[in-house]
Design a protein around this ligand. Structure first.
Ligand code: IPE
Ligand code: IPE
Ligand code: MG
Length: 242
Protein backbone atom coordinates (compact mmCIF):
# COMPACT_ATOMS: atom_id res chain seq x y z
CA UNK A 1 0.00 0.00 0.00
CA UNK A 2 1.44 3.38 -0.93
CA UNK A 3 1.74 5.64 2.10
CA UNK A 4 1.81 9.43 1.99
CA UNK A 5 5.11 10.94 3.08
CA UNK A 6 3.42 14.09 4.31
CA UNK A 7 -0.12 14.42 5.69
CA UNK A 8 -1.65 17.85 6.35
CA UNK A 9 -4.75 18.05 8.55
CA UNK A 10 -7.30 20.82 9.03
CA UNK A 11 -8.46 19.89 12.54
CA UNK A 12 -11.99 21.29 12.40
CA UNK A 13 -15.17 20.78 14.41
CA UNK A 14 -14.09 21.28 18.04
CA UNK A 15 -16.78 23.87 18.75
CA UNK A 16 -19.59 21.77 17.27
CA UNK A 17 -18.35 18.73 19.19
CA UNK A 18 -18.53 20.65 22.50
CA UNK A 19 -22.01 21.91 21.68
CA UNK A 20 -23.26 18.45 20.76
CA UNK A 21 -21.87 17.01 23.98
CA UNK A 22 -23.80 19.65 25.91
CA UNK A 23 -20.82 21.68 27.17
CA UNK A 24 -21.53 25.32 27.85
CA UNK A 25 -18.47 26.64 26.01
CA UNK A 26 -16.48 25.58 22.97
CA UNK A 27 -13.29 25.30 25.01
CA UNK A 28 -13.86 21.69 26.07
CA UNK A 29 -13.83 20.77 22.37
CA UNK A 30 -10.38 22.30 21.97
CA UNK A 31 -9.13 20.41 25.02
CA UNK A 32 -10.39 17.08 23.73
CA UNK A 33 -9.03 18.03 20.31
CA UNK A 34 -5.52 17.93 21.78
CA UNK A 35 -6.10 14.29 22.68
CA UNK A 36 -7.11 13.54 19.10
CA UNK A 37 -3.88 15.17 17.93
CA UNK A 38 -1.82 13.11 20.38
CA UNK A 39 -3.45 9.88 19.11
CA UNK A 40 -2.99 10.88 15.49
CA UNK A 41 0.67 11.88 15.83
CA UNK A 42 1.40 8.67 17.68
CA UNK A 43 -0.31 6.60 14.97
CA UNK A 44 1.52 8.45 12.18
CA UNK A 45 4.86 7.81 13.90
CA UNK A 46 4.01 4.12 14.26
CA UNK A 47 2.82 3.78 10.68
CA UNK A 48 5.94 5.34 9.19
CA UNK A 49 4.53 8.69 8.03
CA UNK A 50 7.43 11.18 7.94
CA UNK A 51 5.58 14.52 8.18
CA UNK A 52 2.35 15.58 9.83
CA UNK A 53 1.39 19.25 9.57
CA UNK A 54 -1.69 20.38 11.46
CA UNK A 55 -3.69 23.59 11.30
CA UNK A 56 -4.01 24.53 14.95
CA UNK A 57 -4.77 28.28 14.74
CA UNK A 58 -5.25 30.36 11.62
CA UNK A 59 -4.34 33.99 11.20
CA UNK A 60 -8.08 34.56 10.74
CA UNK A 61 -8.81 32.85 14.08
CA UNK A 62 -7.47 35.94 15.90
CA UNK A 63 -10.87 37.46 15.08
CA UNK A 64 -12.68 35.02 17.42
CA UNK A 65 -13.99 36.26 20.80
CA UNK A 66 -11.11 37.17 23.11
CA UNK A 67 -12.15 34.57 25.72
CA UNK A 68 -11.84 31.76 23.14
CA UNK A 69 -8.50 33.02 21.80
CA UNK A 70 -7.15 33.30 25.36
CA UNK A 71 -8.36 29.80 26.16
CA UNK A 72 -6.74 28.41 23.01
CA UNK A 73 -3.41 30.03 23.88
CA UNK A 74 -3.61 28.61 27.41
CA UNK A 75 -4.31 25.14 26.00
CA UNK A 76 -1.34 25.54 23.65
CA UNK A 77 1.05 26.34 26.50
CA UNK A 78 -0.24 23.63 28.84
CA UNK A 79 -0.25 21.00 26.07
CA UNK A 80 3.30 21.82 25.05
CA UNK A 81 4.36 21.33 28.67
CA UNK A 82 2.37 18.11 29.04
CA UNK A 83 3.10 16.35 25.76
CA UNK A 84 6.89 16.30 25.89
CA UNK A 85 7.07 12.67 27.20
CA UNK A 86 4.80 11.45 24.35
CA UNK A 87 6.94 13.26 21.78
CA UNK A 88 10.14 11.78 23.20
CA UNK A 89 8.69 8.29 23.56
CA UNK A 90 7.60 8.17 19.92
CA UNK A 91 10.59 9.96 18.42
CA UNK A 92 8.53 12.95 17.29
CA UNK A 93 10.20 16.25 16.44
CA UNK A 94 8.10 19.38 16.93
CA UNK A 95 8.18 22.30 14.51
CA UNK A 96 5.93 25.35 14.04
CA UNK A 97 5.02 27.59 11.10
CA UNK A 98 3.13 30.87 10.96
CA UNK A 99 3.49 34.35 12.40
CA UNK A 100 4.82 32.94 15.64
CA UNK A 101 5.89 36.38 16.90
CA UNK A 102 2.17 37.22 17.30
CA UNK A 103 1.72 34.43 19.88
CA UNK A 104 1.91 35.27 23.60
CA UNK A 105 5.49 35.26 24.90
CA UNK A 106 4.77 32.24 27.12
CA UNK A 107 3.68 30.22 24.07
CA UNK A 108 6.76 31.28 22.07
CA UNK A 109 9.01 30.29 24.96
CA UNK A 110 7.36 26.89 25.39
CA UNK A 111 7.45 26.23 21.63
CA UNK A 112 11.15 26.99 21.50
CA UNK A 113 11.84 24.70 24.42
CA UNK A 114 9.95 21.76 22.93
CA UNK A 115 11.48 22.34 19.49
CA UNK A 116 14.93 22.34 21.02
CA UNK A 117 14.31 19.29 23.22
CA UNK A 118 12.88 17.21 20.34
CA UNK A 119 15.31 18.37 17.65
CA UNK A 120 17.15 15.03 17.66
CA UNK A 121 13.96 12.99 17.04
CA UNK A 122 13.40 11.71 13.53
CA UNK A 123 10.46 9.27 13.37
CA UNK A 124 7.94 11.98 12.56
CA UNK A 125 8.16 15.74 12.07
CA UNK A 126 5.03 17.22 13.62
CA UNK A 127 4.50 20.81 12.51
CA UNK A 128 1.93 23.05 14.18
CA UNK A 129 0.53 25.80 11.94
CA UNK A 130 -0.09 28.63 14.41
CA UNK A 131 -1.20 32.13 13.55
CA UNK A 132 -0.83 30.73 10.04
CA UNK A 133 -2.33 31.99 6.79
CA UNK A 134 -1.22 30.83 3.37
CA UNK A 135 -1.79 34.10 1.51
CA UNK A 136 0.16 35.94 4.19
CA UNK A 137 2.94 33.33 3.92
CA UNK A 138 3.13 33.79 0.14
CA UNK A 139 3.19 37.58 0.47
CA UNK A 140 6.00 37.27 2.98
CA UNK A 141 7.93 35.06 0.53
CA UNK A 142 7.30 37.42 -2.39
CA UNK A 143 8.54 40.38 -0.39
CA UNK A 144 11.65 38.53 0.82
CA UNK A 145 12.54 37.58 -2.78
CA UNK A 146 11.84 41.13 -4.01
CA UNK A 147 14.13 42.46 -1.29
CA UNK A 148 16.92 40.11 -2.39
CA UNK A 149 16.56 41.41 -5.94
CA UNK A 150 16.56 45.02 -4.71
CA UNK A 151 19.72 44.29 -2.70
CA UNK A 152 21.42 42.79 -5.77
CA UNK A 153 21.60 39.34 -4.14
CA UNK A 154 19.59 37.60 -6.87
CA UNK A 155 18.22 38.20 -10.35
CA UNK A 156 14.54 38.23 -11.29
CA UNK A 157 15.17 35.21 -13.53
CA UNK A 158 16.48 33.17 -10.62
CA UNK A 159 12.99 33.20 -9.03
CA UNK A 160 11.65 29.80 -10.03
CA UNK A 161 9.33 27.34 -8.26
CA UNK A 162 12.14 25.96 -6.13
CA UNK A 163 13.23 29.44 -5.04
CA UNK A 164 9.66 30.37 -4.14
CA UNK A 165 9.17 27.12 -2.17
CA UNK A 166 12.40 27.83 -0.31
CA UNK A 167 11.10 31.26 0.71
CA UNK A 168 8.00 29.75 2.39
CA UNK A 169 7.80 28.67 6.05
CA UNK A 170 7.72 25.07 4.79
CA UNK A 171 11.09 25.32 3.00
CA UNK A 172 12.52 22.18 4.60
CA UNK A 173 9.51 19.94 3.97
CA UNK A 174 8.23 18.03 0.97
CA UNK A 175 4.76 19.13 -0.20
CA UNK A 176 1.80 17.36 1.47
CA UNK A 177 0.57 14.27 -0.41
CA UNK A 178 -2.73 14.09 1.44
CA UNK A 179 -4.91 16.79 3.05
CA UNK A 180 -7.61 15.73 5.49
CA UNK A 181 -10.27 18.15 6.71
CA UNK A 182 -12.62 16.97 9.41
CA UNK A 183 -16.11 18.28 10.32
CA UNK A 184 -17.61 18.00 6.84
CA UNK A 185 -16.63 21.45 5.56
CA UNK A 186 -15.39 21.36 1.97
CA UNK A 187 -12.94 24.24 2.03
CA UNK A 188 -9.26 24.92 2.53
CA UNK A 189 -9.53 28.07 4.69
CA UNK A 190 -6.22 29.59 3.64
CA UNK A 191 -4.09 26.52 4.42
CA UNK A 192 -0.89 25.68 2.48
CA UNK A 193 -2.33 26.86 -0.85
CA UNK A 194 0.96 26.69 -2.76
CA UNK A 195 2.09 23.44 -1.16
CA UNK A 196 -1.08 21.40 -1.80
CA UNK A 197 -1.34 22.06 -5.52
CA UNK A 198 -1.09 18.30 -6.27
CA UNK A 199 -2.24 16.82 -2.95
CA UNK A 200 -5.14 14.39 -2.65
CA UNK A 201 -7.97 16.05 -0.72
CA UNK A 202 -10.19 14.17 1.70
CA UNK A 203 -13.11 15.75 3.54
CA UNK A 204 -14.43 13.64 6.40
CA UNK A 205 -17.64 14.25 8.38
CA UNK A 206 -16.11 13.24 11.75
CA UNK A 207 -15.60 16.12 14.20
CA UNK A 208 -11.94 16.51 15.15
CA UNK A 209 -12.20 15.47 18.84
CA UNK A 210 -13.65 12.13 17.65
CA UNK A 211 -10.90 11.48 15.07
CA UNK A 212 -9.50 8.02 15.78
CA UNK A 213 -6.96 5.50 14.46
CA UNK A 214 -9.78 4.03 12.33
CA UNK A 215 -10.41 7.39 10.66
CA UNK A 216 -6.71 7.73 9.92
CA UNK A 217 -6.61 4.25 8.42
CA UNK A 218 -9.68 5.06 6.33
CA UNK A 219 -7.86 8.14 5.02
CA UNK A 220 -4.75 6.11 4.22
CA UNK A 221 -6.81 3.52 2.34
CA UNK A 222 -8.44 6.33 0.35
CA UNK A 223 -4.99 7.75 -0.46
CA UNK A 224 -3.67 4.36 -1.57
CA UNK A 225 -6.65 3.96 -3.91
CA UNK A 226 -5.98 7.20 -5.79
CA UNK A 227 -3.98 7.34 -8.99
CA UNK A 228 -1.73 10.38 -8.75
CA UNK A 229 -1.34 11.31 -12.40
CA UNK A 230 0.41 14.68 -11.98
CA UNK A 231 -0.81 15.79 -15.40
CA UNK A 232 -0.02 12.53 -17.19
CA UNK A 233 -2.41 9.89 -18.51
CA UNK A 234 -3.28 6.68 -16.76
CA UNK A 235 -1.68 4.74 -19.63
CA UNK A 236 1.62 6.54 -19.18
CA UNK A 237 1.70 5.66 -15.49
CA UNK A 238 0.90 2.01 -16.16
CA UNK A 239 3.60 1.74 -18.87
CA UNK A 240 6.13 2.95 -16.34
CA UNK A 241 5.16 0.51 -13.64
CA UNK A 242 4.83 -2.44 -16.06
C1 IPE B 1 -11.18 23.94 14.97
O1 IPE B 1 -12.46 23.80 15.53
C2 IPE B 1 -10.19 24.53 15.93
C3 IPE B 1 -9.80 25.91 15.63
C4 IPE B 1 -10.16 26.60 14.60
C5 IPE B 1 -8.92 26.55 16.58
P1 IPE B 1 -13.49 25.00 15.52
O2 IPE B 1 -13.28 25.80 16.76
O3 IPE B 1 -13.41 25.75 14.25
O4 IPE B 1 -14.87 24.21 15.62
P2 IPE B 1 -16.17 24.48 14.77
O5 IPE B 1 -15.80 24.49 13.34
O6 IPE B 1 -16.72 25.80 15.21
O7 IPE B 1 -17.08 23.34 15.12
C1 IPE C 1 -9.63 26.41 10.03
O1 IPE C 1 -10.80 26.20 10.74
C2 IPE C 1 -8.51 26.69 10.96
C3 IPE C 1 -8.17 25.61 11.89
C4 IPE C 1 -8.64 24.39 11.86
C5 IPE C 1 -7.22 25.97 12.89
P1 IPE C 1 -11.90 27.34 10.88
O2 IPE C 1 -13.04 26.73 11.61
O3 IPE C 1 -11.33 28.56 11.47
O4 IPE C 1 -12.28 27.63 9.36
P2 IPE C 1 -13.51 28.39 8.71
O5 IPE C 1 -13.45 29.78 9.22
O6 IPE C 1 -14.74 27.68 9.18
O7 IPE C 1 -13.32 28.27 7.25
MG1 MG D 1 -14.28 25.49 12.44
Amino acid sequence: MSLPTHIAIIMDGNGRWAKRQGFRTRVRGHEVGVEALRRTAQSCAELGISYLTVYAFSEENWARPKAEVDALMKILVSSLKKEMPTLMEHGIQLQAIGKLHLLPKSAQRELNEVKEATSGNSNLILTLALSYGSRQEMLHAAKALAQEVADGKRTVDSIDEAAFSDALYTADMPDPDLVIRTSGEHRISNYLLWQISYAELLFMPVLWPDFSREHLEEALAYYASRERRMGKTSEQLNEKSA
